[in-house]
Design a protein around this ligand. Structure first.
Ligand code: UFG
Length: 325
């Protein structure tokens, strides 16, 4: 019988790119999404969508009983760090408890593999950059803790059952599908490149820079911006790796190159040709000064080869998508 790749959160920003990439790779994706932030129209034709929560065991179990699942790619989660500080229990339910339910359903039905969306937030404020996967995990906000707990669960499940996983620790995901089929659609997004392209297009009144007193060259925070299509390619590599019988793995997904907030703003201004207003503000709670990935493991073990590791390209694609919204 045909088997499916279950994509949770498949109607969201990253999930919608994943669904397209799976189709292009000849796989059969199947989406579970509660449509709280995702959009039905982000799901390509022919892909089954089940609207509901991955924390609903009866719902998930029913789907898994109807569709044989070869692997799960688990994106469905809440992602806004300041919200996690204000409403931690929502994050522990949505990100941690719901993942437990999904894993329980998966283990009971013998689903052999999970690719999990983890985050650079598990490192907290790292002692050194680029960050390698074996550096200490000491998250500084509930968001990071809610994801790290899932990594721990995955490790324990893989120890106890015939099951392997790949935990991919994303750095700063940005950009949009190079062919313009999908992108980041959340109107009230909080991420820097999304906000900057909205400012360039006059959709918001400029941009606030949260802190220029960090111990970095220009005082603003440094991040490793990774193109969403390269991120999704890493998931395909991880699926291939797990299906080939390799052991569970945890990998950073980033380019090992950092840009400051002020540098990102300059690139957005240059690419868009618009000089939007920029206001220097105080620090935002929970922001580490610099997060840059070592990606040696993803390259070596998964065979991941980025194609869009260029900030101008990321910004160009983000801008092109924003214009279509
Ligand atoms: N920033 C601004 N102005 C804005 C928005 C962001 O100055 O309007 C700054 C932030 O303070 C930060 C940088 O731009 O220094 C990047 O911020 P984002 O909100 O784009 O992304 P984060 O680095 O906060 O978040 C990312 C991931 C999270 C992850 C976190 C780890 O999106 O999932 O890294 O710290 F948890």
């Amino acid at each position: 019988m045909e088997s499916y790749i279950l994509v949770t959160g498949g109607a969201g920003y990253i999930g919608s790119h994943m669904t397209l990439a799976l189709q292009a790779a000849g796989e059969r994706p199947l989406v579970i999404d509660d449509l709280s932030t995702g959009r039905r129209d982000a799901i390509p034709d022919g892909v089954p969508l089940f609207q509901g929560s991955v924390g609903d065991a009866a719902f998930v179990g029913h789907i898994m009983d109807r569709y044989p699942i070869a692997a799960i790619v688990h994106f469905a989660a809440s992602i806004v760090v300041p919200d996690s500080v204000a409403q931690p229990l929502d994050y522990y339910r949505n990100n941690t408890a719901n993942a437990r339910t999904l894993l329980d359903c998966a283990v009971k039905r013998g689903v052999p593999h999970v690719v999990f969306s983890s985050t650079a937030a598990v490192y907290g404020e790292p002692d050194r950059t680029p960050i390698a996967e074996d550096q200490p995990t000491q998250p500084i906000n509930p968001y990071g803790r809610s994801k790290l707990m899932v990594e721990w669960m995955l490790g324990d499940v893989a120890h106890a059952h015939p099951f392997t996983y790949a935990a991919l620790r994303y750095f700063n995901v940005a950009g949009a599908d190079p062919e313009g089929r999908t992108g980041q659609s959340t109107p009230n997004a909080t991420h820097l490149i999304k906000i900057a392209v909205q400012a360039a297009l006059g959709k918001r009144d400029g941009l606030d820079v949260f802190g220029t007193d960090y111990p970095t060259a220009d005082g603003s925070c440094i991040r490793d911006y990774v193109h969403v299509s390269d991120l999704v390619a890493a998931h395909l590599d991880a699926l291939r790796y797990l299906r080939a019988g390799h052991p569970s793995i945890t990998c950073n997904i980033g380019y090992a190159t950092g840009y400051s907030v002020l540098e990102v703003i300059e690139v957005v201004k240059r690419v868009s040709g618009v000089d939007f207003p920029v206001r220097i503000k105080g620090r935002r709670a929970g922001d580490p000064a610099a997060l840059v990935a070592s990606n040696a493991r993803a390259r070596t073990a998964l065979g991941w080869t980025p194609r869009y590791d260029d900030l101008e390209t990321i910004v160009r694609h983000a801008l092109a998508w924003e214009k279509r919204l």
